[in-house]
Design a protein around this ligand. Structure first.
Ligand code: WTA
Length: 631
C-alpha cells in the first residue's frame, strides 16, 4: 500500500453532535489526571465494579515484570458480567442478539444468559471440572461459545478458546499444552453456505491428547457426526439433566488468578499461552470499552470479530457484558449470500457501533458503494478498526460510505498480550486516517532504536509501552521465563510490543507492522514457525521458509519457499498439494497464497534462514545488509 502513504497532517475533527454525546468531553484533562496518578485512575475505574473483597494495593510491582493489579482483592469477572445485572432492571435487557448465517435468530436477556451459564457451569462441574482446570473451547460463532466461556470462568476454570478456523495440528497443540480435561465443540458451523467440520477435527486432535476425558458437542448443523460412547455427549442432552440446575454459585477468585489462556503466535517455536487474570483484566476491559466506544444503554454494539481471538474475548464477550450492554453477534461471512449481508444486518438490527478489521473493509469496498447504499445505516454513531494498520483509502471509504461522515472511527491498537486497547482515540479526539492517535488514559508509549534510544519524531523504530496497565497478560502458561525474555528483556523495564511504528510531531502514533516472524493475514495473527514445521512434516519437503508479502485485501499473504528432499521433483501439482497440506493441518485461514519450490534458501553462516532477504527479493527491494549471507 505504498502508493497510499498516510498524510500525517490530515485531520478529521469530531462534530458538535459527537462531542455533545461523549462521556468524556475533555480528553486532555482526564489524560493529564490519569498520567499524574495512574493508580488513582485505575482505582476509580475498579470502584465502578463489584468486588468480594477490596484490594490492599492497587498495583504491587515488587516482582516486576510480574505485576499484580488489585493485590489482595477477591472477585470474579462473572459476578460483574452477569450476577450483578440480575439485581437491576438489566435482568430483562437483551444481553445478546445472535443471527445465524441462514438467518435464524436467537436472543438472550441478561436473565436468560445467566440461566444457561449457570446450567452449563453445573454440567462442567458434573464432568469433574474444578477451579484451575483447563477447558478447551473450539466452536463456531454461536451463542454457546459465549455460554461455555462464561460457565468455565464462573466456576474458576480456565478457558482455552481455539479459533474455529484452525485445524487439527493447531488445535491438538493447544489442547496438549493446556492439558485440558474437557473440550467443548459443535458438530459443525455454517460459513459461506457450507458446513465447517469441527467435530471431525476434534476427533483427530483428541486422539493424540491423553488429558481429554470428555467432549461436549453442541448441535448446530445436525448433520451426521460420530459420537464416541463414554467420551462424547450432546450439549442439549446434558442441559436437560436434573444436574443442570439453573442456579450456581460464582467461585470467589483472587484478583490475579487466571481467567483464561489464549494461544498466540510468537517469534519462534510453538504458540505461547498467554494468561489473563480476573481482577485486572476485568477492570481494563471495562474501562477501555466504556471510554472508547462510549457505550450507553440504548446502544446496539457489534464487534464483528470471532470470540476465538482476543478481540472477541475482550470486546464481544467480557467488555459489553461488564457494561450491561447489548451485544450483537453474527455467525457467518460478510459477503454471503451477497456483499450487502452486513449492511442489511446493521439496518435490520439498528446497530449503533460497528467494530471490525481493515481487511473486512477492504474486502467489502471491492464490491462498490451500491451495496451499502441500498441500506439505511443511520443508526450507526461510532465505527472501529482493529488488527492491523488501516490504509487511509480504506479508512476514508469506511468514514464516508458507511459512517456518512458522521461517525468517528476508533482505530484501536492493542494485542493479545495487552488484553485491552492501548493506543486509541476516544470519540472526541481529532482523527488522522491510519493512526491510532495516542495512548489510552494513563498509558505511555515510546519509539526506540535497537539500542533503546528514542528516535526522532517521524522516524521508524520499535514500539514499547512504558507503564503497566491492568489487563496486561500475567505470564505465559507454564513458561514464565519466556514471558520475561520475549517482552521485557530487550529494553529492561519496558514492554516490547513486537511492532515498528512512528510518532509524529503531534504525538500521534502510526503503527507500521510486525518486526518479528508473526504475519497478520486478514487481521489473523499467524506464526511463520508453525507453518514451516507443518511444511517440513510433508514427505517431499526438506526445508521451508515462510514470509508475509503485501496483499491488497488481506493486508499480508503467506508465501512459502520449499526445498525438496532427494527423489522429489518440482511441479505445479506438488505446489498445490503443499498448499492443501498446510490448510488441512493448520486450518483454512492458514492456506498459503503461494508455494515456490527453490533449490536454495538464503541463510546466515550459522544456518539461520534470512527471511528478510527472501522478502526483499520477492518485492524487488534492496537486500540490505547481507554480510552474513551464505547461500
Ligand atoms: C496488529 C489483536 C495497527 C499489531 C487485537 C499488533 C494493529 C498485532 C492494530 C496484535 C491497529 C492490532 N493498527 N496494527 N489498530 N491492532 N494490530 O494479538 O501488529 O491478534 O502487534 O491482537 O496486531 O495482534 P493480536
Amino acid at each position: 500500500m505504498n502508493e497510499n502513504r498516510p498524510n500525517t497532517d490530515e485531520v478529521y475533527y469530531p462534530s458538535q453532535e459527537v462531542i455533545a454525546q461523549a462521556r468524556v468531553k475533555d480528553w486532555d484533562a482526564l489524560a493529564k489526571k490519569a498520567h499524574a496518578d495512574l493508580q488513582g485512575f485505575w482505582a476509580a475505574e475498579a470502584e465502578e465494579l463489584e468486588w468480594y473483597r477490596k484490594w490492599n494495593k492497587v498495583l504491587d510491582d515488587s516482582q516486576k515484570p510480574f505485576y499484580k493489579w488489585f493485590a489482595g482483592a477477591q472477585c470474579n469477572i462473572i459476578h460483574n458480567a452477569l450476577d450483578r445485572h440480575q439485581k437491576t432492571w438489566r435482568r430483562n435487557k437483551l444481553s445478546l442478539v445472535w443471527v445465524g448465517e441462514k438467518g435464524d435468530v436467537r436472543t438472550y436477556s441478561y436473565y436468560a444468559l445467566n440461566r444457561d451459564v449457570c446450567k452449563f457451569a453445573n454440567v462442567l462441574k458434573a464432568m469433574g471440572v474444578r477451579k484451575g482446570d483447563r477447558v478447551t473451547i473450539y466452536m463456531p460463532r454461536v451463542p454457546e461459545i459465549v455460554i461455555a466461556m462464561l460457565a468455565a470462568a464462573k466456576i474458576g476454570a480456565i478457558h482455552n478458546v481455539v479459533y474455529g478456523g484452525f485445524s487439527v495440528e493447531a488445535l491438538q497443540q493447544r489442547i496438549e499444552d493446556s492439558e485440558s480435561k474437557v473440550v467443548v465443540t459443535a458438530d459443525g458451523g455454517f460459513m459461506n453456505g457450507k458446513i465447517v467440520e469441527l467435530k471431525k477435527t476434534v476427533d483427530d486432535a483428541v486422539k493424540r491428547s491423553p488429558s481429554v476425558e470428555t467432549v461436549i458437542v453442541v448441535q448446530r448443523t445436525a448433520h451426521e457426526v460420530r459420537m464416541e460412547p463414554g467420551r462424547d455427549y450432546w450439549y442439549h442432552d446434558l442441559m436437560k439433566l436434573p444436574l443442570a440446575q439453573a442456579t450456581c454459585a460464582t467461585e470467589v477468585m483472587d484478583s490475579h488468578e487466571p481467567l483464561f489462556v489464549l494461544y498466540t503466535s510468537g517469534t519462534t517455536g510453538k504458540p505461547k499461552g498467554l494468561i489473563h487474570g480476573h481482577g485486572g483484566y476485568m477492570t481494563g476491559v471495562y474501562s477501555t470499552l466504556k471510554y472508547v466506544f462510549d457505550i450507553k444503554d440504548e446502544d446496539r454494539y457489534w464487534c464483528a470479530a470471532d470470540p476465538g481471538w482476543i478481540t472477541g474475548h475482550s470486546y464481544i464477550v467480557y467488555g459489553p457484558l461488564l457494561l450491561g450492554a447489548t451485544t450483537f453477534m453474527y455467525e457467518g461471512s460478510p459477503t454471503y449470500p451477497y456483499p450487502n449481508r452486513w449492511w442489511n444486518l446493521v439496518e435490520k438490527y439498528g446497530i449503533s457501533i460497528l467494530y471490525t478489521a481493515p481487511t473486512a473493509i477492504r474486502g467489502l469496498m471491492r464490491f462498490g458503494e451500491s451495496w451499502p447504499n441500498r441500506h439505511d445505516l443511520s443508526t450507526l454513531r461510532l465505527l472501529g478498526s482493529v488488527g492491523e494498520p488501516i490504509n487511509p483509502e480504506a479508512w476514508k471509504w469506511y468514514y464516508r460510505v458507511i459512517g456518512k461522515g458522521r461517525c468517528p472511527i476508533m482505530d484501536t491498537w492493542w494485542q493479545t498480550e495487552t488484553g485491552m486497547f492501548m493506543i486509541t482515540p476516544t470519540p472526541v479526539v481529532p482523527l488522522k486516517p491510519g493512526s491510532g492517535t495516542r495512548p489510552f488514559f494513563g498509558q505511555q508509549a515510546e519509539i526506540l532504536d535497537e539500542q533503546g534510544k528514542p528516535v526522532a519524531d517521524g522516524e521508524e523504530g520499535f514500539l514499547v509501552l512504558t507503564r503497566p496497565w491492568p489487563a496486561m497478560a500475567m505470564t505465559i502458561y507454564r513458561d514464565p521465563e519466556r514471558y520475561v525474555k520475549q517482552y521485557w528483556s530487550q529494553y529492561p523495564g519496558k514492554y516490547m510490543a513486537g511492532d515498528s511504528a512512528k510518532r509524529d510531531k503531534d504525538g500521534y502514533f502510526w503503527v507500521i507492522g510486525r518486526t518479528d516472524d508473526v504475519i497478520k493475514v486478514s487481521g489473523y495473527r499467524l506464526g511463520t514457525a508453525e507453518i514451516e514445521s507443518v511444511l517440513v512434516a510433508h514427505p517431499a519437503v526438506a526445508e521451508a521458509a515462510v514470509i508475509g508479502l503485501p496483499h491488497e485485501v488481506k493486508g499480508n499473504a503467506i508465501h512459502c519457499y520449499c526445498l525438496l528432499r532427494g527423489g522429489h521433483k518440482p511441479s505445479p501439482e506438488l505446489e498445490q498439494e503443499l498448499k492443501d497440506h498446510v490448510a488441512k493441518q493448520l486450518g483454512p485461514i492458514v492456506r498459503p497464497e503461494k508455494v515456490t519450490i527453490v533449490d536454495s534458501l538464503p541463510k546466515t553462516r550459522s544456518g539461520k534462514i534470512m527471511r528478510r532477504v527472501l522478502k526483499a527479493r520477492a518485492q524487488g527491494l534492496p537486500e540490505g545488509d547481507v554480510s552474513t549471507l551464505e547461500e
